[in-house]
Unconditional design. Structure first.
Length: 692
């Protein structure tokens, strides 16, 4: 199909210093959980974005010296010449598809703990980052940087930039964002220096200017020099010379970098979940930058709509459309717009599972795109899949996220697929969950799959079709996939931190009951030891419905796991705004006579809380009865010609939507595959040059 002329503007080339991006699609720096120890995985992962049409593809953060060591978080290094080959693998891969390769050189300053290198961290004034996130918490405080340290920093940046050029990068970054070292110089909380690097904005910005200068010098005009900078805090600070300190900083450096890459200051605001921030949420902070500099500006904001993207360019907000998450959810987003297939874009849902994989220090995962991170080690391509390995037919029982993904991938392979859904509509858990506050965007998981399935004439979906084991035996498909989901349990929680003790009395509910329309009376206690979104989002929904709600959890925070997905600060704000009383470190032990008893998780001290309805958001149990009934009849399965019965998704192991989608996809990829190929290839660091 032809490209919609409305989007032509997105395909204009953009000059960035000495290099030219072929279009305005810019895959900004983002870590992918693949360190230098996984060079092939990393190169293939970034190559896929270049193949999908991104004009620029960047690395994640790359440390310039062992004094910036983020272990155990998965960071890349360019510490010496031995690191060059690992990055060259990526630049060659990206260049094969006509994209530019960018590298974000990084020093973490007082925000890293140097746990592996054991070098004392340093910061402009020896100021600590007193983080409460366990991954960033440390117990060694940084030392104060002296003039030698500043010279060293500039030397490391220059040397790393020279190596970056040698590795084949086209754009080399100075990174002054998110609490890292150059950013620390910009803010008076971190920077109380009395020398030429502290005090006035002009002095505080000096180090960034010098870093840009040494980078220009090192790349000798062969690469563009970009500045990635966080402007949120600076924007909130008044200045006597400009509307804010952010304006002053941009004016002082206006034409020093070849490219401005502007972002916000903390991961939860820069990379916010869709539950709390819409597409384009950065604009009010960074919208001014282009008015001050003549250099091109790239910015982010979970851009998935080509109209929004074109609007950003036309309205003079940005020159390049930056994307981290949208390029993960759909590495082929630019090509789809180019080919007039924007309806095929697998839009990011803003769930932030991707960022949680960075916090987990593992290769990146995505709810929408199960192939991400698997490009090299499993050979999965987001747009291509092997043809069917046999003429088999497959029955998929259940049309939730796992069943739908499985049916779609099987259908694309060419299998004859029937999907039997017991409910009147497809979507499984998404049908209820997307009606909860802030979660409507997650409906993209269903909408995209529904749209794609409608185009396959070898996949039939039967709604309102609850199948028994006997029905399945009579249908005579070659393979049966059980994707029947899971159900919430009325279980309590033991001091050993395992679910224990059923509570089946009247007034006790689970999210399934709420989904089914149960009448919930006020005051309500939502008891959450699931720790992800369901507890807090249900509490919010029940409060919005006019109930008096208390939220109780044995964890230290509401939605404790939400710290991994950048949701926790906003969850607390949302509960507070909805007037929900918060009880942390508390277990529910009894529920009778209109009250629950809470025991403190550590001291066992008891309190009582008025309660007419208790909603337990705890453990889930797989709906695997159908699977059990089928495998109990092995001879009949053989007689019916059924070669396999397999559970996927929540029916196998209840998890988040990301697990369900991945499970369904993996089944479809592996059907009829050679069992010898079913494990993944293990990546290994490239040997150092000197040992070759
Ligand atoms: C998995 C993941 C890793 C990230 N790692 C980095 C990083 O290494 N360096 C960086 O400057 N920003 C990093 N970011 C932030 C993104 O570059 C970007 O600013 C943010 O995600 C907002 O853009 P988006 O809405 O297009 O996702 C990361 C984001 C994600 C989702
Ligand atoms: S994991 Fe979620 S937020 Fe991240 S890219 Fe995928 S859909 Fe978007």
């Amino acid at each position: 199909m032809a490209r919609n002329p409305r989007y032509d503007i997105l395909f204009e080339p953009v000059r960035i210093g000495p290099v030219t991006a072929r279009n305005r699609f810019y895959a900004v720096p983002h870590a992918a959980g693949m360190t230098n120890a996984m060079p092939h995985m990393r190169a293939k992962f970034r190559e896929t974005k270049a193949e999908g049409g991104w004009g620029v593809v960047c690395t994640g953060y790359v440390s310039i010296d062992p004094s910036s060591d983020d272990a155990p978080l998965p960071f890349a290094t360019l510490w010496d010449d031995d690191d060059i080959r690992s990055h060259a693998l990526m630049t060659e891969a990206v260049h094969r598809h006509g994209a530019l390769a960018g590298i974000e050189l990084w020093h973490g300053g007082g925000s890293v703990m140097n746990r592996a290198s054991r070098i004392a961290p340093m910061s402009p004034s020896g100021t600590s980052w007193m983080a409460t996130h366990v991954n960033f918490m440390g117990n060694q405080r940084p030392r104060l940087m002296n003039a030698d340290d500043i010279r060293s920093l500039l030397k490391w940046q220059g040397e790393a930039a020279r190596r970056a050029r040698q590795a084949g990068f086209d754009i080399v970054y100075v990174y002054a964002g998110m609490g890292y070292l150059p950013y620390e110089f910009l803010l008076p909380e971190w920077n109380q220096r009395t020398d030429a690097y502290g005090g006035s904005v002009g002095n505080r910005v000096r180090i960034v200017r010098e870093l840009l200068e040494v980078t220009h010098e090192a790349v000798g005009g062969k690469c563009a020099v970009a500045l990635r900078i966080s402007l949120e805090e600076l924007r909130s600070r008044p200045s006597d010379r400009a509307p804010s300190e952010a304006h002053e900083v941009v004016a002082l450096l206006a034409d020093v970098p070849d490219l401005w890459d502007v972002k916000l200051d903390s991961s939860p605001t820069d990379c916010p979940p869709s539950r709390f921030a819409p597409e384009g949420s950065h604009e009010p902070i960074i919208g001014f930058v282009k008015k001050i500099t003549a250099r091109p500006v790239v910015g982010v904001g979970r851009f998935t709509s080509p109209d929004t993207m074109a609007g950003q360019i036309r309205r003079g907000v940005l020159d390049l459309i930056g994307a981290a998450r949208p390029s993960i959810a759909d590495p082929f987003l630019p090509n789809k717009i180019d080919q007039g297939c924007e309806q095929d874009i697998r839009e990011c849902i803003g769930c932030n599972i991707c960022i949680s994989s960075w916090h987990d220090s593992v290769p990146v995962r995505c709810t929408q795109n199960p192939t991400i991170g698997e490009e090299w080690r499993r050979g999965w391509h987001p747009e291509r899949i092997a043809p069917a390995g046999s003429a088999s037919s497959v029955l998929v029982v259940g049309a939730g996220p796992a069943g739908l993904e499985c049916a779609l991938a099987l259908g694309r392979r060419g299998y004859q697929v029937s999907v039997a859904e017991a409910g009147e509509d497809i979507g499984g858990r998404l049908r209820f969950e997307t009606r909860l506050p802030g979660l409507s965007g997650w409906g993209r998981v269903l909408d995209w799959r529904r749209g794609q399935l409608e185009r396959l004439n070898n996949v039939d979906v039967y709604r309102g079709n609850r199948l028994s084991a006997q029905d399945i035996l009579e249908l005579g498909n070659t393979h049966v996939v059980i994707a029947t989901g899971s159900r919430w349990q009325r279980l309590l929680y033991s001091p050993l931190e395992v679910p224990a003790g059923h509570l089946e009395s009247a007034g006790v509910f689970t999210p399934d009951d709420v989904a089914a329309g149960a009448r919930i009376e006020s005051p309500v206690v939502v008891y959450d030891f699931d720790n992800y979104y369901m507890g807090s989002v249900l509490a919010e929904a029940l409060a919005r419905a006019g109930n008096r709600v208390s939220y109780v959890t044995p964890a230290g925070h509401a939605s404790a796991w939400g710290i991994m997905s950048n949701e926790q600060p906003q969850v607390h704000r949302a509960l507070f705004a909805a007037g929900i009383a918060l009880h942390t470190l508390s277990r529910v032990t009894t529920f009778e006579r209109g009250a629950v008893t809470l025991a403190n998780q550590f001291t066992s001290a008891e309190t009582r809380l008025e309660c007419a309805a208790l909603v337990i958001v705890g453990a889930r149990l797989a709906n695997d009865a159908l699977h059990a009934a089928l495998i109990a009849r092995p001879e009949e399965l053989v007689r019916a010609g059924i070669k396999s019965v397999t559970r996927i998704g929540d029916a196998l192991a209840p998890g988040a939507i990301v697990h369900a989608v991945y499970s369904g996809h993996r089944y479809a990829r592996e059907l009829d595959a050679d069992p010898a190929t079913l494990t993944y290839r293990r990546d290994a660091p490239l040997p150092a040059m000197r040992s070759m």
